[in-house]
Design a protein around this ligand. Structure first.
Ligand code: 6GP
Length: 835
């Protein structure tokens, strides 16, 4: 890079490299400069918000230099890149992460203190970048961190939503959604007004035959919307590598407004096009594990995919390579089926615009794409109606029909006369109306399909994609167990624990190779180490207690057992079982004598999570949790023995505070429904234990940390189907303890019973699809084991230390290396003179 700088600019460039802040004074100088010039404020008028802004701008300046250099390095190397296409990136805050990854948080802390600020308060000013719903979006964010930290040439592509996931307020126990104005001040994005792509919708297709007898299809008419790039730098940890996340924003192709309409006085309509266009990137659909089939959503998908592919192809074409080399230069990962249109769009570019033969083009396409499935829930498997496709993307529908025809012909050759097989694997579902099955298209268009934990990857092969294993053979299907970045989820969220670990492993290098954690197991009997371990957990609980007091007004005792379930509210995740269990505990306590009560382990049951705005049952669950809290928390007889807390507006930055404060966390999905889970990994990495079902990554966590360190319960995935069948056709009786819980609710113990009848009748009258009653007894019993284990504090600390020591496998670095080797065929780009 340096050698390529022209001589006249070289001196200035070299000086620039050494500018910035080498120490606290240098940092302060930069902050003051930004306050006074960029923000145009006087230092006397510098509040925490301004300090945050100036501090971010100072770090951003440093990031930009490395970012530019990384992009140049990758361009010069001209080696393969991976593009991670995700409709969600749940990034959380950027400043703390940037300071830690660059390795200058200490400098900032001292500098800010000189200026009269506490670094924690400054960090708190930042609004979360919440462009995602839950696990799928947060995984994408962890992957970006690992890709940069491991020096892979990688870009993320997503949408720049003007409103991310809504803010949740709890009013009278109910969830109320409030828009998320996150772009008020966002120093972490760079608009690239020069990087734009015109995206076409609607219109029609004409076909003609050229001189060689080849059919040429042309997509004409319709409307054009402009995609504008916004770039977000992604700093790697302890490396200069700074990758790019490119988010697309929509704008009217015609400019700000229609001059003709404006000049004729039609002001309202003069901005109509602008507003219509901007709607595309306006909001994130707030559904987790659910597909609603709305036209605007399909528009979002095509808009983002078409802009991204145009960009990727433009970059490839600069290298002047032959098309057949495309898959050697480009790997594209589909984060679930949301970007599956990319398969069709690349085929369209190659065949319609670049004139390649169908076969040649299709080979390129299938070698380029990989598809990750994140759920087996049928309500989340995307399908789009054929008439909608026909209207919005007429040429793409034709291409899908062609792709399907060739695919079905190949199936027919392998399974002659098996009409049922053809119907089952077809990309088109023969329903009324016909539907395009996006998962089928993604499988047919990719060279690898992966699940996100062992059980999940097995399940997709034996259930939803079974036929495809027969068609393509088993090697196309693989597993990559999810991981999390230890930088954010240990070092940043739990600095004291990170420091303690580093004092035993010798350095912070364990953040680059998480298997180094194993070293701390040697100290599990060391008295001082154990004491400090327990103290850190307690301090984290004190911090959370203060937050609980501030936000809910409830006093909780930090010495009580903190039991946490934070995640999206969903019936399959079974928060309803948790709150029924809490009610059972409350009834037991009420029935006990004051003497007996003393024997009970005090507990704080903490919930958090958003319900999709249209998900009635999930909202009812939130309401019940709050209603139970209102009664239990004010029951003088119960006091500290039980508290029930619902934390409002769970998001990434709150997770960073909540997770380190947990003693036990709940991962209690009906077996076979939670593809992996990733918060399970975060909790254990922070020294919390787990109560959970044999589902998703819980199984692999158990294998790594040992059965003695986890509280497993409930029916197994392999039995779920039979049990459900029995609910419908056999005799279904509700567990007696659960019946008592229902009776208490129906008596009005927690307010108006009819508000909660949906949850009760789902179990009692509608087949109990999620096996709440079947698992209830074993859940309650296992919670009693948790109480008992917690009373043995020494034993508990041993479990906690052993668990953390054995979590090395669950780093997203390991996970990304597996993708790179097994799916992308990608090597890191080595950096000379890296520390
Ligand atoms: C989620 C899965 O529910 C979760 O188990 C997994 O850990 C996460 O993906 C990351 O792999 N799936 C979704 O959020 C989703 O919407 C379509 O899938």
């Amino acid at each position: 890079v340096e050698a390529s700088i022209p001589e006249p600019q070289r001196k200035a460039w070299l000086e620039h490299q050494t500018s910035g802040f080498k120490d606290k004074d240098g940092f302060e100088k930069e902050v003051v400069r930004h306050v006074e010039t960029t923000l145009a404020r006087s230092l006397y008028n510098c509040d925490e918000q301004a300090a945050y802004a100036a501090c971010s701008l100072a770090f951003r300046d440093r990031l930009i230099l490395e970012w530019n250099r990384t992009q140049q390095r990758q361009t010069f190397a001209d080696s393969k890149r991976v593009y991670y296409l995700s409709l969600e990136f749940l990034m959380g805050r950027a400043l703390d992460n940037a300071m830690l990854n660059i390795g200058q948080k200490d400098v900032a802390k001292a500098g800010l203190a000189d200026l009269g600020f506490r670094i924690e308060d400054v960090i708190e000013q930042e609004h979360d970048a919440a462009l995602g719903n839950g696990g799928l979006g947060r995984l994408a964010a962890c992957f970006l961190d690992s890709l940069a930290s491991l020096n892979y040439s990688a870009w993320g592509y997503g949408l720049r939503y003007r409103y991310g996931i809504f803010k949740q307020e709890i009013i009278d126990g109910y969830q109320v959604e409030v828009p998320d104005y996150w772009l008020d001040f966002n120093p972490w994005e760079f608009p690239r007004h020069d990087v734009t792509v015109d995206i076409q919708f609607y219109g029609h297709v004409t076909k003609r035959t050229d001189d060689n007898g080849k059919t040429i299809a042309t997509w004409e008419g319709g409307e054009i919307v402009k995609a504008v790039a916004f770039d977000v730098p992604i700093p790697g940890y302890a490396t200069p590598s700074t990758n790019n996340l490119r988010l697309w924003s929509s704008k009217a192709a015609s400019g700000e407004f229609d001059f003709q309409k404006f000049n004729s006085g039609d002001y309202e309509n003069s901005v109509a096009d602008q507003q219509r266009a901007e709607t595309i990137s306006a909001v994130l659909y707030p559904n987790d594990n659910l597909d609603r089939g709305k036209e605007l959503r399909l528009k979002q998908q095509y808009f983002w995919v078409a802009a991204s592919l145009y960009d990727i192809v433009r970059r490839f074409k600069k290298s002047k390579r032959a098309w057949k080399e495309f898959p050697d230069q480009v790997a594209i990962q589909l984060n679930d089926t949301h970007p599956t249109l990319a398969v069709v769009e690349l085929q369209r570019i190659l065949v319609d615009l670049e004139g390649l033969d169908w076969e040649e083009a299709w080979n390129i396409v299938t070698q380029t794409f990989g598809y990750t499935n994140h759920t087996v829930l049928p309500e989340a498997l995307e399908k789009w109606s054929v008439p909608l496709f026909q209207h919005l993307l007429p040429r793409h529908l034709q291409l899908i029909y062609d792709i399907n025809l060739f695919f079905l012909q190949s199936v027919e050759r392998k399974f002659p006369k098996d009409r049922d097989m053809l119907a089952r694997v077809s990309i088109i579902e023969e329903s009324q109306p016909k539907m395009v099955r996006m998962a089928h298209l993604a499988i047919v268009g990719s060279h690898k399909v992966n699940g996100v934990a062992e059980l999940h990857s097995d399940l997709i092969k034996t259930t939803i994609f079974k036929d495809f294993v027969e068609v393509f053979g088993p090697d196309k299907f693989t597993n990559v167990t999810n991981g999390i970045t230890p930088r954010r989820w240990l070092h940043q969220a739990n600095p004291r624990l990170s420091e303690l670990i580093a004092s035993k492993t010798g350095s912070l290098d364990y953040l680059k190779d998480l298997t180094e954690l194993a070293k701390i197991e040697h100290y599990k009997d060391d008295k001082d180490f154990r004491k400090e371990w327990a103290e850190i957990k307690y301090a984290n609980k004190v911090r959370l207690s203060k937050h609980i007091k501030k936000t809910t007004g409830v006093d909780v005792n930090p010495s009580a057992l903190f039991d946490v379930q934070v995640k999206r509210i969903h019936e399959y995740k079974r928060q309803q079982m948790n709150i029924f269990g809490v009610i059972h505990r409350y009834l037991t306590l009420k029935a006990a004598s004051p003497e007996e009560r003393k024997k009970f382990q005090p507990r704080v049951s903490i919930f958090g999570g958003k319900a999709a705005p249209g998900y009635w049952m999930a909202k009812q669950i939130i309401h019940l949790i709050n209603a139970v809290g209102a009664v239990v928390n004010n029951d003088k007889e119960i006091g500290d023995l039980l508290k029930v807390i619902f934390l409002e507006d769970y998001n990434v930055s709150k997770a960073e505070m909540i997770i380190p404060a947990s003693d036990i966390s709940e991962h209690i999905s009906t077996a076979g429904t939670e593809a992996s889970g990733t918060s399970n990994m975060k909790f254990v990495l922070n020294g919390g234990l787990i109560i959970g079902t044999c589902d998703g990554a819980n199984i692999e966590i158990t294998r790594e940390i040992g059965e003695q360190n986890i509280f497993l319960f409930g029916n197994l995935a392999e039995d779920v189907e039979d049990i459900r069948h029995n609910h419908t056709y056999g005799s279904h009786t509700v567990d007696p303890d659960l019946t008592k819980v229902f009776e208490a609710i129906e008596k009005g113990t927690f307010g108006e019973p009819k508000d909660f009848m949906g949850m009760i009748s789902a179990v009692r009258d509608h087949g109990d699809f999620y096996l709440v009653s079947d698992d209830f007894h074993s859940y309650i019993e296992t919670q009693e084991l948790v109480d008992k284990a917690y009373r043995d504090q020494e034993g508990w600390v041993t479990k906690s230390i052993e668990s953390v020591a054995r979590m090395g496998f669950f780093s997203s670095d390991r996970c990304i290396n597996e993708y790179a080797e097994g799916i992308w065929n990608l090597e890191p780009l080595p950096i000379k003179d890296q520390k």
